[in-house]
Design a protein around this ligand. Structure first.
Ligand SMILES: CC(=O)N[C@H]1[C@@H](OP(=O)(O)OP(=O)(O)OC[C@H]2O[C@@H](n3ccc(=O)[nH]c3=O)[C@H](O)[C@@H]2O)O[C@H](CO)[C@@H](O)[C@@H]1O
Length: 359
């Protein structure tokens, strides 16, 4: 069988798509996958390195734009639609899965016109505009959080969870052991692109952690623009930290962490629950419809994570969260237990089974 996975833009859309590709390809040597994305998306940088086939199309969003930009965007979508028809004619997929992000719209619309089976996957508790619109023209909708069900037609919506890459699941299971001793390991990252606000808050927290800073071992992903500043910040305050613009091996990073401080993107959430990690979420406040806050709240309400809103974020507040969890390992253990309880480990299998009709 042949499957097109369309969408991306950010890691949060793309990585679940990769997890579905892994599952689909593992089922038969005859199966083929083609990704479709845009040249600006993370897919253009990552997929060729991973050995996946990728076609690029033209697409962009319309939300919050003025009339002229909307018209230009409509033009790009129309062009993307004709590119999509060509791709569908050449690859002749049995089905198309949209994983969110602009690139999924033109190809799913073209697939509808050509009578090819269509599905979407929504990662967030509060769906994005693209998926809300596309939900009217697809055969099946897969959701990651119960809260999303209210936005989609009932008969075709299925709760599957958010697919997690095999390397995260396997790698984490292999090296569950944390280093002994009284070191406290914190993984800090700001979604797939990094978060300057979190970078700054961590540096501002260090003076408030003076008495425990010798115990801190930090792994910190900063995004492309902030590596030098953050690295110097830790060095200047004498804190052991590995500072990277992007972490290729997230499995090892999760495995080693006693605590994770991060944004509340949906794929991050799926991974931290799968790895059973205690987290302090700092939701990105400008995500569409404040969906990161809703994502985070769905764990906080179940005692599976803590949350600091950006409006309340300061070095002092972040340091207070860190000290409290450092001093009370039983509180971290409780977060870990509740997080693990929410993990959905078989999302990729459920999605592939539903799309192919084979369990
Ligand atoms: C600003 C914004 O709108 N972000 C959205 C975007 O987040 P974003 O793209 O940041 O995605 P997520 O936080 O959901 O996931 C991040 C992904 O990147 C990976 N990773 C991260 C850092 C790193 O150094 N290396 C690495 O591999 C993580 O393992 C994870 O797989 O898509 C998500 C899923 O639709 C949404 O919930 C987020 O709200």
């Amino acid at each position: 069988m042949r499957l097109i996975i369309a969408g991306g833009g950010t890691g949060g859309h793309l990585f679940p798509g990769i997890a579905v590709a892994e599952e689909f390809l593992s089922r038969s040597p005859e199966n083929e996958v083609l990704f479709v994305g845009t040249e600006r998306g993370i897919e253009a940088r990552l997929l060729p390195k991973l050995g996946y086939k990728l076609e690029l199309i033209s697409a962009s969003g319309m939300k919050g734009m003025g009339t002229v930009k909307k018209l230009m965007s409509a033009g790009r979508l129309l062009y993307g639609y004709s590119q999509s028809r060509k791709i569908l004619k050449e690859f002749r997929p049995d089905m198309v899965l949209g994983v969110g992000g602009y690139a999924s719209a033109p190809i799913l619309l073209a697939a509808k016109g050509m009578g090819i089976r269509r599905f979407i996957h929504e990662q967030n508790a509060f769906p994005g505009l693209t998926n809300k619109v596309l939900s009217r023209i697809v055969d099946g909708i897969f959701i990651s959080m119960e809260e999303a069900a209210a936005f989609f037609p009932k008969g075709i919506t299925q709760m599957t969870g958010n697919p997690i890459r095999k390397e995260i699941l396997w790698g984490f299971q292999e090296q569950r052991e944390r280093e002994a001793g009284d070191a406290f390991r914190i993984l800090v990252f700001g979604g797939s692109a990094g978060a300057q606000r979190i970078n700054s808050a961590m540096l501002e927290a260090l003076p408030f952690l003076e008495s425990v800073k010798h115990k801190l071992r930090i792994t910190h992903q900063t995004g492309d623009k902030d590596v030098a500043r953050v690295r110097e910040g830790y060095q200047g305050q004498g804190v052991q930290a590995q500072v990277l613009s992007f972490i290729d091996n997230m499995s090892a990073a999760y495995g080693a962490a006693d605590l994770v401080i991060c944004r509340a993107g949906a794929t991050t959430i799926a991974e931290v629950t799968a790895c059973g990690k205690g987290c302090v979420f700092i939701p990105y406040p400008y995500a569409a419809d404040d969906h990161q806050r809703k994502n985070a709240e769905s764990l906080v309400h179940k005692g599976a994570a803590r949350m600091v809103l950006e409006e309340d974020l300061s070095g002092e507040r972040l340091a207070a969260e860190i000290s409290d969890l450092m001093e009370h390992p039983e509180k971290v253990a409780e977060l870990e237990k509740n997080a693990r309880f929410l993990a959905q480990l078989d999302a990729a299998q459920a999605i592939v089974a539903a799309m192919t009709g084979k369990g």
